[in-house]
Ligand binder design. Structure first.
Ligand code: PLP
Length: 404
């Protein structure tokens, strides 16, 4: 029996109780303009033709859906594990899908200057890349802590002509970079397009970014039917803000037989205060322009998040995920730093693929699921990005563990 899952936000941009537009008055006009521009391109087949043509010729889509036989064997041999290879995209992660879409939109809106925020740097690199390609000026806000742990991506952004602006407040990570970007946007709203990197922020961003990322799930569905003649039993993706996960899940929301799992960063453990398990441990609240689950203390102040992966180190989550968690359609699990790095090493050693530490969180849950699987279960893991950016972090961690 097919289920019907409500997948569009209402007129206020809410998914159930979550989402909306909680922004200063100065930004309301910019959001209305963006909403209108997005409505226009949604009805314009030429826009999506251009978008899809660029995904193909510039980014290298479709990305492969790779069957990982040795990894499947290592994790019990019962489940067939497939990897959706978003790491093979130009610039090394799924972030480019959205950056291409929004840069095309910015161009249509006549904006010459784009700003972006970044955590792991993959969105910053994607934004700097499309800015170079489309001849736009680009400023990227990035927390000082992330600048230190993702120095390779900082260098790449600068090579691509972007200005990287350090965010020095709070935990000096993605949340603080986003605060700085919003602050800048408020004062430069007329000539500046804010290219948000995940399904977060005020309406219409969560829906728009999802629409640009759904290519992941659409392709997976088609490829899986060709390879196995059926839909997968389980799909697993990591959740920072939630863009790779919602891009993968969205086309499957009404396929009742497919179980969907989002994986948050448990950092040093959800029993400690050093994690980024927003849905698991957070409460409803407003952050970065939307009502969603937020890590917060008893007084409602935002708590710092922690994860070894810069891209998951965020105390909020996209409002559509909050809704999917509330309704139970998607199950949200957690993976610790340690479990994720174990899973990452398993993939390196068995298949010769070095994933991003973010993606390794999805792998850690895949290992759990594979070990409990029935014979022949098909599990798809969204491999959101490649791990080149993380080699310094990995080296430090493994040196400290004495296992390098
Ligand atoms: C490779 C990779 N995967 C996942 C994420 C998390 O973002 P999201 O949850 O929006 O997919 C990031 C963020 O920077 C990333 O670089």
């Amino acid at each position: 029996m097919a289920i019907h899952f409500e997948t569009e936000p209402d007129l206020q941009g809410r998914f159930g109780e979550f989402g909306g537009k909680f922004v200063p008055e100065t930004l309301m006009q910019a959001l209305t303009e963006l909403e209108q521009a997005y409505q226009n391109i949604k009805q314009d087949p030429h826009f999506f033709e251009e978008y899809r043509a660029l995904l193909k010729s510039y980014s290298g889509r479709p990305t492969s859906l790779y069957k990982a036989p040795h990894l499947s064997e290592r994790w019990g041999g019962k489940a067939k594990i497939y990897l959706k290879r978003e790491d093979l995209n130009h610039t090394g992660a799924h972030k480019i899908n959205n950056a291409i879409g929004q840069a095309l939109l910015a161009k249509r809106m006549g904006k010459k200057n784009i700003i972006a925020e970044t955590g792991a740097g993959q969105h910053g690199v994607a934004a700097a890349t499309v800015a170079a390609k489309f001849g736009l000026n680009c400023k990227v806000f990035m927390g000082e802590e992330d600048i230190a742990r993702q120095s390779l991506n900082v260098f790449r952004m600068k090579l691509l002509g972007a200005e990287v602006i350090p965010a020095k407040s709070g935990s000096r990570t993605l949340k603080d970079a986003t605060n700085e970007a919003i602050r800048y946007w408020v004062t430069h709203v007329n000539d500046c397009y804010y290219l948000i990197g995940s399904v977060v922020g005020p309406h219409p961003y969560p829906r728009m970014v999802r629409d640009f990322q759904r290519i992941i799930g659409d392709e997976t569905k088609e490829q899986m039917m060709a390879l196995e003649g059926k839909l997968p039993d389980k799909i697993i993706a990591c959740v920072g803000g939630g863009s790779n996960a919602i891009g993968m899940f969205y086309p499957f929301l009404n396929d009742e037989e497919v179980q969907l799992f989002g994986v948050e960063a448990a950092g040093k453990g959800t029993e400690t205060d050093q994690h980024a398990a927003t849905i698991t441990k957070g409460k409803p609240g407003v952050m970065h322009g939307a009502m969603t689950y937020v890590l917060q203390d008893d007084e409602g102040q935002i708590q710092e998040a922690h994860s070894i992966s810069a891209g998951l180190d965020y105390p909020g989550v996209g409002p559509e995920h909050a809704h999917l968690a509330y309704t139970g359609r998607v199950k949200y699990q957690c993976a610790t730093d340690a479990a994720s790095l174990d899973a990452l090493q398993d993939l390196c050693l068995t298949e010769g693929i070095l994933p991003a530490i973010e993606s390794a969180h999805a792998l850690a849950e895949a290992k759990n699921q594979a070990q409990q699987a029935d014979e022949g279960d098909v599990i798809v893991v969204n491999l959101s990005g490649r791990g080149d950016k993380d080699v310094h972090t990995l080296q430090t961690y493994l040196d400290e563990e004495g296992t390098a």
